[in-house]
Structures are given as structure tokens and as C-alpha cells.
Ligand binder design. Structure first.
Ligand SMILES: [Zn+2]
Length: 139
């Protein structure tokens, strides 16, 4: 069970909220210029991120306001709650992998900005790629 901190109401139980999918999916500027595949990708294709993931949430039984949340899809740790329309905050480094990150400081520096998280997760994910999925599914 998650304890979600609504920006308007404070910390409330997860059951008061509804998940709204991936955040920051911009509507196409000229939808009529898209072909069928591009339109389908806008409608149906979403990231399946392992790690920090920006998602929309609705406080449906509280203030009925939408907000964005940055949540780790592996640990369920809520890293940030922020208003709709504001840019995504920087993701905190994975807490579980901070101990193993000392063995690969060069790999994080070569992957420059945002992709550094993906680089570290793939570097450490090679140790146990199949064992982490069932853990996340059971939680
Ligand atoms: Zn609220």
C-alpha cells in the first residue's frame, strides 16, 4: 500500500487515488499530419521504465485534482510529487543500487544526462534481469 502525498490534501492512502498513466505525453501539434502508425504510437505506446517513472495520478476521493508523481517502478519509492504542467524533476539515484554503483563510476559518467539512470540499471540489471520482474509483480 502506498502512502501518497497529495499536493493539496497531504498524505493519504493509495485507495483514494486513481492511476492516470504515463505523464508528459504531449498531444501531437498537427495530428492530421500523422500516419496511422504514428497516431497509434501516440495513443497506445507508453514507456515501460524500470526505475524512476513519471506518471499521472488523480486524487479521486479527495480534491479531485490531477498531479504528477515520480515513482520508482522497482522499489515503489515515491521520489517527487509535482503539479501538472511543470517539468519532470531529476530522478534520485536508485537507493538499492547505490552500494553497487561504486564498482561502475565510469559507466555513469560516460552516459551524460538523463540516460545515466538507464545505463546504470542496465549495467547492474545484467546480474539479475529475470529475478527482479517477479518481485515487482508480487508487491
Ligand atoms: Zn487531494
Amino acid at each position: 500500500m502506498l502512502l501518497i502525498s497529495c499536493p493539496n490534501c497531504g498524505s493519504r492512502d493509495e485507495t483514494e487515488f486513481h492511476y492516470g498513466g504515463q505523464a508528459h505525453v504531449a498531444y501531437p501539434e498537427n495530428p492530421n499530419e500523422l500516419n496511422d502508425r504514428e497516431w497509434a504510437e501516440f495513443l497506445f505506446y507508453r514507456d515501460n521504465t524500470k526505475g524512476a517513472f513519471a506518471e499521472r495520478w488523480l486524487h479521486s476521493t479527495g480534491c479531485r485534482q490531477w498531479f504528477n508523481m515520480l515513482r520508482d517502478t522497482v522499489t515503489y519509492e515515491i521520489q517527487a510529487v509535482y503539479a501538472m504542467g511543470t517539468p519532470r524533476p531529476a530522478a534520485a539515484p536508485p537507493a538499492a543500487e547505490s552500494g553497487t554503483a561504486s564498482t561502475a563510476p565510469d559507466s555513469t559518467t560516460t552516459g551524460t544526462a538523463g540516460p545515466s539512470i538507464a545505463a546504470t540499471s542496465t549495467a547492474t540489471g545484467t546480474a539479475s534481469p529475470s529475478t527482479t520482474a517477479p518481485e515487482g509483480a508480487t508487491k
